[in-house]
Design a protein around this ligand. Structure first.
Ligand SMILES: [Zn+2]
Length: 468
């Protein structure tokens, strides 16, 4: 177990909405895949932790009560891949706004990537992020530190010191580790430190100046393509290094069928390999780059569908779904990547790569896979809460008694337009704006503290009256 297993409840005390210091969530259906639970339960919170989970818990004198009738109660979601842009990118996001967006999406733990300014390659920056999140955050933030100094791909950062400072994992995400020999050495350290390397798998010589997936659509739109091999060759290379060294490797944002084949191959041979897939790669294809009729005339191609790795084809999407279902891919991660509006409001070639993910993830996946009947809700929650925690061997993502009260309330069976009012991020680069969705996060507790209440469900806060 990593030291994170002993991680205490959030540093800031639970907001005491009650005289007794206890908070009861009553009348909801509780889904907790870690306990194989999907049934009507009451849940009692005290001192920032879950202290009881039972069929019926009568409220004690002075207890605050959240009316959960008709709602689902799930463990706070865990996101292993996001960009909070602090330090240095506050025009796009900060730890404060990014974790507010996370809370609005039901996430209570988020791991942020090191491609900030300065790069998170020193213990000082790791500590800064952790301290800042404790001061102004609405979710637990676990920093992922750089593999190489300055993310230049040349010299390894002081991985031992970064781990001691609190780094959850190591990654040069935003860019690859170009040299195999550097990745091999990083994996040897990863093994010694028992800490995974998160791999942004990309061969820049194959990406070139490509801006979207190379295929019929890129040809039709006249945009430069990125071949599948840009990702798949590095996945295969690094998975082979993972098998050889025994260092844990986590493949980020898997996007295509060839990468899945490589992961499957090396997992079958016993490599300590894990992988994540994003909501956008599970639900969209390269067709999304072409503007639909609801978009402004001048916006020929949608920059909100431009990200790395790019959206691939329907065949890839189906392979990714099956890989998640059969365990080849372990979990879902958003790759929440805010870019301030002016930077995305430009021609496709010039726009930066990346899209928002926190606020839309659960609702988009719910509509695509739970409403359609393909997945049980339990499966989706497992892949967004328990499975990511398992990748980093942390105790998050469950409602077990004794755990920090990281809880999300979800309303399903509704219909609403996902628009800018649903966003808490400082940026607006979501491809789902205008989409009709059917599930929404109604509220979020982090360590027992109310960090989000949906204005549509709980207009007066979680312990206030429900909206009619
Ligand atoms: Zn990446």
């Amino acid at each position: 177990m990593s030291t994170l297993a002993a991680q205490p409840a959030p540093a800031r005390p639970a907001r005491d909405a009650s005289a007794s210091g206890r908070l009861l969530i009553a009348g909801a259906t509780v889904i907790d895949p870690a306990q194989r639970l999907n049934d009507r339960r009451d849940l009692l919170v005290a001192g920032g932790r879950i202290v009881a989970l039972d069929r019926s818990i009568p409220p004690g004198a002075g207890d605050a009560v959240i009316r959960g009738e008709g709602l689902l109660v799930i463990p706070g979601l865990v996101d292993l891949h996001c960009h909070l842009r602090e330090p240095g990118g506050s025009a796009s996001e900060t730890i404060e706004t990014g974790t507010r967006a996370a809370a609005a999406g039901g996430f209570t733990t988020v791991a942020c990537m090191p491609n900030t300014n300065p790069v998170c390659d020193s213990p000082v920056v790791v500590r800064y992020i952790i301290d800042r999140a404790e001061q102004v955050g609405s979710a637990r933030v676990a920093p992922i530190a750089a593999v190489t100094k300055g993310q230049t791909g040349e010299q390894l950062a002081d991985l031992g010191a970064l781990k001691t400072a609190g780094a959850l994992a190591f990654s040069d995400d935003g860019r690859p580790v170009p040299q195999a020999s550097v990745m091999r050495r990083a994996l040897q350290y990863a093994r010694m430190l028992d800490t995974p390397i998160f791999d942004h798998a990309e061969d820049m010589s194959l990406t070139g100046d490509g801006v979207m997936h190379e295929g019929v659509v890129s040809l039709r739109l006249g945009l430069k393509g990125i071949p599948r091999s840009s990702e798949a060759t590095i996945v295969a290379r690094d998975a082979a290094l993972c098998l050889e060294t025994g260092g844990r490797l986590h493949i980020c944002h898997v996007s295509n069928k060839d990468s899945v084949a490589a992961i499957r191959h090396f997992k079958e041979r016993g490599a300590p390999l894990t992988a994540e897939v994003s909501p956008h790669h599970l639900t969209l294809t390269d067709e999304a780059v072409e503007a639909g009729p609801r978009h402004a005339l001048h916006e020929v191609y949608r920059t909100s569908a431009k990200m790395k790795p790019p959206l691939c084809e329907e065949e890839d999407r189906q392979v990714l779904i099956e890989a998640l279902e059969d365990g080849t891919i372990d979990c879902i991660a958003t790759d929440h990547a805010p870019h301030f509006p002016a930077s995305k409001d430009t021609v496709f070639d010039a726009a930066p790569f990346g899209i928002l993910g926190f606020e839309s993830a659960l609702a988009v996946l719910w509509k695509a896979f739970v409403d359609s009947g393909r997945w049980k809700a339990d499966f989706l929650i497992e892949k967004c809460a328990v499975a990511p925690a398992r990748v980093v061997r942390a105790p998050w993502g469950t409602l077990r008694v004794g755990q920090p009260a990281d809880v999300a309330l979800v309303q399903t069976g509704v219909r609403y337009a996902f628009d800018a009012s649903c966003l808490r991020s400082r940026s607006r680069n979501s491809p789902w704006l205008g989409e009709s969705l059917t599930a929404r996060v109604a509220g979020t507790l982090w360590g027992g503290r109310e960090v989000f209440a949906s204005p549509q469900v709980f207009p007066r806060g979680l312990t206030g009256d429900r909206a009619p």
